[in-house]
Design a protein around this ligand. Structure first.
Ligand code: SAM
Length: 315
């Protein structure tokens, strides 16, 4: 549906849990997370998704927390996979458990997958996330074998932590069917407020004149994409701070505690729980009016800081 600023809101992110096994230095939640028992049920998520699709949502991303921690994740993806109107159904995962799930997710209807990977060095990966790089690499192989393509590797760059690995990540696109995207650190979560840690993507692009700009894969895509001659994958830059894409923003978020958040960079949220009790007409009305009133833009550059980490909001 079209919001008050004329944007076509057609993309829903469902954060199905705030639980995560990783403790990424810039993302871990210092505040209490939504306990498992208070998370929306699979049936609630599917009802919300159905209503959102009736309002014009055509793409859904399942995220978290770590979505693969939900025991009913195949049921959730399977239910979403049966919504015929959807043109895209994807997931963002840290891939710690992807190797065992990739095939099942594909069969359940997942079309493609994004994988978060902030370092290609075993020790550093462990330091940044507390997880094991080996699991991620096995997860990527499993996703390729399950045809969850194109696979996007998301890298959040933190100055002095992993910014010396940009070219190693770009090299991954040479022989692998992987698109790599560099994401600017946002003022969300524990480290994101420190501007000195943020790398402006323009710096990275300017230093690599061999990157050739290519058209976005779909309209409303947040990344600016580039290719290197002879490489299989693309290199993308997601720059919410240096190049805000609010004018084209097409998304809303529903979180595992039932809150609907129309803008990542604005703390306003509304609970869907009362409407879930009331019925689908009430649910449709609250989602419709929240979409219509979606804020015009975020104010990351004006000292905004999110009261919640990305773990809770769903990246
Ligand atoms: N557990 C899943 C994962 O790791 O992909 C999904 C949730 S995670 C919160 C989603 C993405 O948000 C990850 O790629 C993470 O790096 C990113 N993220 C978290 N905090 C961020 C921040 N302050 N700025 C930019 N990206 C952030």
């Amino acid at each position: 549906m079209i919001d008050q600023y004329g944007r076509n809101i057609n993309y829903l992110r469902l954060s199905v849990t705030e639980r995560c096994t990783l403790r990424c230095v810039y993302c871990r939640a210092d505040e209490g997370i939504c306990p498992k028992a208070a998370e929306l049920s699979c049936a609630d998520f599917l009802r919300i998704a159905r209503v959102c699709v009736d309002l014009g949502i055509r793409r859904i991303r399942v995220t978290g927390g770590e979505p693969l921690l939900r025991k009913d994740i195949l049921e959730i993806v399977g239910g979403l996979g049966q919504i015929e109107e959807l043109v895209d159904l994807t997931m963002t995962t840290n891939a710690q458990y992807l190797a065992e799930h990739a095939e099942g997710l594909k069969k359940a209807g997942l079309k493609r997958i994004n994988i978060s990977l902030d370092s290609l060095r075993e020790d550093r990966y462990r330091q940044i996330t507390g997880g094991e790089l080996k699991n991620v690499l096995e997860g990527i192989d499993a996703a390729v074998n399950a045809d969850l393509l194109p696979i996007k590797i998301n890298v959040v760059l933190v100055r002095g932590v992993n910014d010396d690995e940009v070219d190693d990540f770009i090299a991954l696109t040479r022989d692998n069917p992987l698109d790599v995207r560099m994401i600017e650190l946002m003022p969300v979560g524990v480290l994101g407020q420190d501007e000195s840690l943020r790398i402006n993507n323009d710096e990275l692009i300017a230093a690599r004149p061999y990157l050739q700009p290519v058209a976005p894969s779909y309209s409303g895509q947040p990344s600016r994409d580039y290719k290197i001659t002879g490489h299989q994958g693309r290199v993308g830059f997601i720059s919410p701070i240096s190049h805000s894409f609010c004018a084209d923003c097409n998304r809303i978020r529903v979180m595992s505690d039932g809150m609907l958040r129309p803008c990542l960079g604005n703390n306003a949220e509304i609970s869907l729980k009362p409407a879930l009790q009331e019925g689908d007409d009430a649910l449709l009305e609250v989602i419709r009016s929240t979409i219509f009133n979606k804020p015009m833009r975020h104010h990351f550059e004006k000292g905004f800081s999110s009261e919640k980490s990305m773990l809770k909001i769903g990246g």
